[in-house]
Design a protein around this ligand. Structure first.
Ligand SMILES: [Zn+2]
Length: 235
């Protein structure tokens, strides 16, 4: 397990390749540059990320894996873990929560990032399922009575309590992260997702407008926003 200069670890859980680049790529690049060890778990294979019926799903999954690995490198992410579930079919089932709890116990992050599953009218089922499962896994990972088989044996994992959960894609934002210094790296990472980006120029304008909007009133040029939870501070 690599540990960054700060000794602090961060785990982002996404539904698809490209989720974190759009929602929190500037923040991830900033924290990685500050010395955080940053890890990413991608729940699906991204194989339905195309409107072209001629595209084979296996080919798309392969391409998206290469794109995500390159984007992660651009952001300074230490490790990408692929759960490989079929794109568009993710549901909040106990086995997914168990998989994510295992990753939390393995990485032992201080900070976890995930989709806000409670945002009204979040249409994508994978985003809802990944967000809800991630938060459920945070609670399970901290309790030895959940998935005790993960804790057994000489190389058994230990329960782990995540200090902070940063929910992205939220409309209940209470935390602003200044990404002025890393906005270009965010855009460079997004550009690695060539299968998903029709017009780089349009996308750059859209992201610039969006992150400038979040920054308004905070004395910075670009910002990303989150709803932050402290799951264990009251227990
Ligand atoms: Zn997505």
């Amino acid at each position: 397990m690599s540990i960054g200069e700060t000794g602090r670890r961060l785990l982002a859980i996404s539904a698809h390749p490209d989720d974190v680049e759009f929602t929190s790529g500037g923040s991830l690049a900033r924290w990685a540059a500050e010395g955080w060890s940053t890890h990413l778990v991608v729940c699906t294979d991204g194989s339905k990320g195309s409107q072209n019926p001629q595209n084979k799903r296996e080919t798309m999954a392969r391409a998206r894996r290469i794109e995500q690995e390159a984007a992660a490198q651009a952001l300074g992410i230490t490790e990408v873990v692929w759960l490989g579930h079929p794109d568009g079919e993710l549901t909040r089932v106990p086995s997914l929560v168990e998989e994510l709890a295992r990753q939390i116990r393995r990485v032992r992050p201080d900070r976890l990032l995930a989709w806000d599953a409670w945002r009204p009218y979040e249409l994508h089922p994978d985003h809802r399922a990944a967000g809800l499962s991630a938060v459920d896994a945070v609670l399970a990972a901290g309790n030895p009575h959940f998935y005790p088989l993960q804790l057994q044996g000489a190389h058994g994992l230990q329960p782990h309590r995540v200090e902070e959960v940063y929910l992205f894609g939220t409309d209940q934002r209470d935390t602003w992260v200044d990404i002025t210094a890393t906005f270009e790296r965010k855009m460079a990472a997004i550009e690695r997702h060539t299968s998903q980006v029709a017009s780089l120029r349009d996308l750059a304008l859209k992201m610039s407008y969006c992150n400038q909007g979040y920054a308004q009133g905070h004395g910075v040029t670009y910002a990303e926003v989150f709803k932050v939870l402290h799951p264990f501070c009251d227990t």
